[in-house]
Structure formats: structure tokens, C-alpha cells
Design a protein around this ligand. Sequence first.
Ligand code: KIV
Length: 283
Amino acid sequence: MTDEEQMPGAQPETRGTRGVERVTIPALKLRKQTGPKIVMVTAYDCVAARLADRAGVDVVLVGDSLGQTVLGYDTTVPVTLEEMLHHTRAVRRGLRRALLLADMPFGSYQVSPEEAIHNAVRLLKEGGAQAVKIEGGQPFVETVRRMTEASIPVMGHLGLTPQSVHMLGGHRVQGQDPEAARRILADARALEEAGAIGIVLETIPAALAAEVTAALSIPTIGIGAGPDCDGQVQVWHDLIGLSQRTFRHARRYAEVGTQIENALRAYVEEVRQMQFPTREHSL
Ligand code: KIV
């Protein structure tokens, strides 16, 4: 795609320096009324970001899932702000049209609203993120309010919140009993009222996600939350067959992991058999 070409479905908002219509936060909000559904995917490096951008993805999330997908941690808990900054900068370099959203890692916003603002400012200024995402409901409403007042766009994240894995006792479906469902709905309303730009709903019953979506004027982005959210988010490695894990809520659109392994096996074999390089590869 050339710089001058527009992605189908782009909402005219801000014309970037090279003529590409950038996705903006007001444009995402509008999509709740007008459609089409918002498409979000995680990316952790420049190459992945460029591919997602060219494919027409609306929002690229530098998720703290990078802890498991890229860095080899067991959970998202150990991910640091410096690691998030490093990957956010790399993703920034690959994007032209998509909005760049960065996760605030565990420990970077829980202590106080002041610390949350300080760390989010780093993700915006040094990382080039346009918005940040934090996990949790009621306890973080004041933080979202203060960040919004400081002109930091914040997306909420409710349901299965992986940074609380130890409290939750694992990666389990949330919001299944009426009290838990009521709390998620109340949290979503409170986050909207505090100024959140949208809410990720992870691993909750589809009916609850539909109820939350209908109750809000900001977009909901689902992962394992059924088809009625205003958009969907998936983890890069799960989408293209690069992860070992399989989820009921994910679909593998390619088996890139197998292709890479086969390519590398062929390379190993050809070097050992002295079939590569040939004379044509010589300078
Ligand atoms: O870190 C992440 O990838 C996320 C998505 C699962 C929404 O938060």
C-alpha cells in the first residue's frame, strides 16, 4: 500500500504527514454507532506492526502479554515498564494508520494516580503510544479520572484481568454468577463516567458482554466475550499459529510457526548437504 492509499473503513479524522488517514480516539467512539466493528491485535515489534497496519487493523495493542508470547515469562506479572517502552517504540516505527495502545504493566499504576500519570506519560512521550490500558474496576476509577484530566487517554480492561492471576487463582472465566456480573457492569459504567475511551472485556459470558456493550456509549473490545462487543482483540501469536497455547475464543488464521520451523529445517539440511550456498549465491 502506498502512503497515499486509504484503508477501507478508515474514518476520516486526522491526515498523517504522509497522507494516510490515522485512526483516532473520536473515530473509534464513532464506530460504536456507525460500525464497522473495531479490529485490534497485539504486536510487539516493528515488522508485526507494519503487517497489521497494512492489513487494515484499527488498533495495535502492545500488550503485556509480551511477557508470555515474546519474553518467556509464565505470566504478565514480571513485565516491566522499561520492557513495555522498548517494545512500544519498536511498534511505533511500524505504524502509519492504526492507533497505538500500550498496556501499563503490573506495578506501574497501582501505587497512586500520580505514579500512574508519571508512567503513562513515559509511554506516550518516549514510546509514542496514543493511549494506555489499565486493568481493573472500582479501585482504579479515580486513577482513570486523574489520567483523563491530564490528557492521557485510558482504556479499561475488565473480566479476566491477567495481572491479577494470583488473586483469581488462574486464567478463569469471570462474571458467571449474578453478583460478579453486576460488579463488572457497575465497573464498566464507573470507568466510562471517569473518562475511559473504551473497555476491553476478557473471558466473560457473551450475554454479559452484550449487556455491558449496550449500557455504554464508549466502545467495548472483546476477547473471549462473544460477538456483540463493538470490536475484537486477539493476541498476534494465537492468530497466526506462533503460540503453543490453544484457546476456545481464538482462531488460527495461519500456521506460521510450522512454516518457519520447516524453512529452518530445510536451511539446516541444505547447509549440511552443501546444497546452499551454490555458485549463484556467490559474489
Ligand atoms: O496483554 C494483552 O495482550 C491484552 C489483550 C489480551 C487484551 O491485554
